[in-house]
Design a protein around this ligand. Structure first.
Ligand code: GLY
Length: 363
């Protein structure tokens, strides 16, 4: 059975179709005549044929480009490859780029689609949990520069998002668990009942039960769609999606991209933000403990091992994209499902929270 979630953005609105195969690609209206399928070296070999067959049924002439798997492909060089391939394959303004893969393929492909011929259609076909619940929805596209993550990009909405839940069954365990961190985030920032559900369904999620996954992915997409519909370009509310990301992004940068997967760094970032929230908004120790236990139950890190890194982490937080005149801005939680964004935090609190996340337990 297919679930449809609408991202309500007027003429830029689109459906997220969640099912157990790629068939919903057949439903996409307004996609172009020729299609470029962009995939990476992990997902391409698995799904390229199935997706090409469906696109061919829709009358598309398909070409295919594969990038190396991994965050390092979100770069200018690979962007150039995609754009040059598009020219070589004769893509015109009525063509469509199909981003088949995880967050790297979606971000790079979406940005290439945004700038090629000043913008062609693109479809998000996310194959990782993290991409399904977060990066493929909402139109953030872009690449990294050597100086930092996502420094070049555009808000550019896809014409549709096709989620094939079956692809989660082949996802490497570590990557799957990394995606669960972003799932937990939605409970904390928006929906306390959803957090309860995640606690109840922990075992089913760990064994990748298809029906539970369908329900969970759909709810995450609904929450993200609602937030993006209200604040497409992150003028305010959308910032709550960055819960745990100020500290998490700093960990990724200081420890080297890939040392911690994105979701692993965000898990630590959420534990850190919970400590700050306890000190600034009275977020209860009991609730903080529940978050920590759920993350740990999903096999995600909840204690930061590199206790000597405060100076470097603090510096990176000041240069974060979301910092305001070098002052890092935080999303903080008052109660499960109730958050505040754009919060400035006193220096001693930042440092105390770091001590807590290194000790592992909230005192
Ligand atoms: N991943 C955060 C956002 O889409 O705004």
């Amino acid at each position: 059975m297919e679930t449809i979630v609408r991202v309500d953005l007027g003429e830029r609105g689109y459906d997220i179709r969640i099912g157990a195969d790629f068939a919903s690609l057949l439903q996409v209206k307004g996609a172009g005549r020729s299609a470029l399928i962009l995939a990476d070296s992990n997902t391409g070999p698995l799904y390229r044929d199935a997706v090409s067959r469906i696109l061919a049924k829709c009358g598309h002439v398909c070409s295919y480009l594969e990038i190396p798997a991994g965050e390092s492909s979100k770069c200018l060089e690979q962007l150039g490859r995609v754009l040059e391939h598009a020219v070589g394959a004769g893509l015109d303004r009525k063509s469509v780029l199909v981003a088949l893969g995880g967050g790297v393929v979606g971000d790079l492909g979406g940005f290439a689609a945004a700038v090629y011929l000043r913008g062609i259609s693109f479809l998000q076909v996310p194959t990782s949990l993290l991409a399904m619940v977060d990066s493929a929805v909402g139109g953030k596209t872009g690449i990294n520069l050597p100086q930092g993550k996502n420094l070049v990009g555009a808000f550019y909405q896809p014409v549709a998002v096709t989620v094939n839940l079956q692809t989660l069954q082949t996802l490497p365990e570590r990557e799957y668990r990394s995606g669960l961190a972003e799932v937990v985030k939605y409970g904390i920032i928006h929906d306390a009942a959803f957090f309860d559900l995640l606690e109840r369904e922990q075992a089913a999620l760990l064994r990748r039960d298809p029906s539970v996954l369908g329900q969970i992915v759909a709810r995450c997409c609904e929450i993200k769609a609602e937030i993006v519909s209200r604040d497409e370009r992150e003028g305010g509310l959308r910032a709550i999606l960055n819960y745990g990301h100020t500290f998490g992004h700093a960990i990724e940068a200081v420890c080297g991209y890939g040392t911690y997967l994105h979701g692993e760094a965000i898990s630590l970032g959420m534990v850190y933000a919970n400590h700050v929230s306890g000190m600034c908004y009275g977020f209860s120790a009991v609730a903080s403990r529940r978050v920590r236990d759920l993350l740990a139950g999903f096999g995600l890190p909840v204690q930061f091992e590199r206790c000597e890194e405060w100076g470097r982490l603090r510096a990176v937080m000041s240069s974060d994209k979301k910092a305001d005149r070098q002052v890092p801005m935080f999303v903080l939680v008052e109660d499960m499902g109730t958050v505040h964004f754009g919060c400035e935090v006193p220096e001693d609190v930042l440092q105390a929270a770091y001590a807590h996340v290194c000790e592992g337990e909230r005192k």
